[in-house]
Ligand binder design. Structure first.
Ligand SMILES: *Cc1c(COP(=O)(O)O)cnc(C)c1O
Length: 380
């Protein structure tokens, strides 16, 4: 059986979790959390990165930090995970879904521009499949209209945009360390704070609205309620598990990239025949091999291929049901303009197995099975 995902694990995960347990203090913001923050700050060069309990809570923190108020409009793709929208819906915002680009499936800056109203307060680009959005264009629109930008970089840990790390291309970047992502602590995430002026408030929001972080640093003699907030800090056990992977990041990234390249080279011929469209990575983007997907010719062909692969013990999946078409999406948002790409592409996208432990032979088996499907279809 070749599963769709196996969560990343390195032997040091167990070692570090044991150490965290031996410390007998596993609440948040201990030594492992600190080392994770430092590793993320080194990787991104951002003034501060704070671990959170999930990518979802990182987005919630970002929405709080950006002071999103009821009635504010927030522009984002409909082709994304529910958390991108929920974080802002929780603040009372109205979600305005804009269409995606045909080639990258990322937010189309022209559609963002068209969706703006006097109530627009923020834009949330999602770096789908670890390929960065056209941030130069999005940031230019944001600067002109004084909008906040929050990157949903949940899938883009380690990706680069013209040499700059994903998560550092906006006011606040949000990472996920869910077990489906490149680096995992089971459930977890991080906010990347790119404006030093946001750091203190972020620490307060993350610590139930108190200045406990300042207290621990000896800057105040007691900690008190300062602001709105919640509990966004993960346990040391989770941080220890993550730290092991952050320390092995180069190795994990290289292993994923080998499999990504293997798929990509193998499917060039299938693309040339017009059977599929491969993932596209624009000039200037270095992705993190988070995902390998194909765009098929039709939804029926996708269903057929999924069933065909399943019969060969290979698990391939799809996502997302466009948010604007879902019950909550209709309630909390609206799609601006024509849906030219979102629904059409989401119906035809197929994700192939991709994970750190995926071996070359398993990858080859997936490739052969996909080719086999199309040979048989043609033979009919
Ligand atoms: C995974 C993901 C999230 C949510 O992250 P969690 O850690 O699962 O809460 C948000 N946005 C996108 C685009 C994601 O892929």
């Amino acid at each position: 059986m070749i599963p769709f995902n196996i969560p990343p694990y390195v032997p040091k995960c167990s070692e570090y979790v044991s150490q965290a347990m031996a410390n007998r203090k596993i609440c948040g913001d201990g030594p492992f959390t600190k080392r994770c923050s430092e590793a993320l700050e080194r990787m991104t060069g951002a003034p501060r990165a704070l671990l959170t309990t999930s990518g979802t809570s990182a987005l919630e923190m970002a929405a709080l930090l950006m002071d999103i108020q009821p009635g504010d409009e927030v522009v984002m793709p409909s082709f994304t995970f529910v958390s991108t929208a929920n974080a802002f819906v929780l603040r009372g915002a109205d979600i305005v879904f804009a269409d995606i680009c045909e080639d990258t499936l990322n937010l189309d800056p022209r559609c963002v521009q068209a969706a703006l109203t006097p109530r627009t307060r923020a834009v949330v680009p999602v770096h789908y499949a670890g390929v960065c959005c056209d941030m130069d264009a999005i940031n230019a629109i944001a600067a002109e209209h004084r909008l906040k930008v929050v990157e949903d970089a949940a899938q883009a840990v380690g990706s680069l945009y013209h040499g700059r790390p994903a998560g550092t291309l906006s006011d606040v970047g949000c990472f996920s360390f869910h077990e489906t992502k490149n680096y995992s602590m089971g459930e977890g995430g991080a906010v990347v704070l790119n404006d030093a002026a946001l750091v203190e408030r972020a620490e307060i929001i993350r610590e139930k609205g108190t200045d406990r972080s300042r207290f621990y640093r000896g800057q105040v003699d007691k900690y008190t309620w300062q602001d709105v907030g919640s509990s966004f800090l993960p346990s040391e056990l989770n941080a220890a598990y993550l730290l092991a992977q952050l320390e092995e990041m180069a190795d994990i990234a290289a292993a994923r990239m080998r499999r990504w390249e293997q798929y990509h080279e193998a499917f060039a011929a299938l693309e040339a025949r017009g059977a599929v469209r491969r993932m596209y990575v624009p000039e200037g983007c270095i992705h993190n091999a988070h995902m390998y997907y194909l765009i098929l010719r039709s939804q029926e062909e996708r269903a057929g291929l999924i069933a065909f692969l399943r019969a060969r013990d290979i698990s391939a999946v799809f996502h997302y049901v466009p948010l604007h078409s879902a019950a909550a999406g209709r309630r909390f948002g609206r799609f601006h303009g024509e849906d030219r790409n979102t629904t059409r592409l989401s119906e035809r996208l197929l994700r192939l197995p991709m994970y750190y432990d995926l071996g070359q032979e398993a990858c080859e088996r997936v490739i052969e099975a996909v080719y086999d499907y199309f040979e048989r279809r043609n033979a009919k």
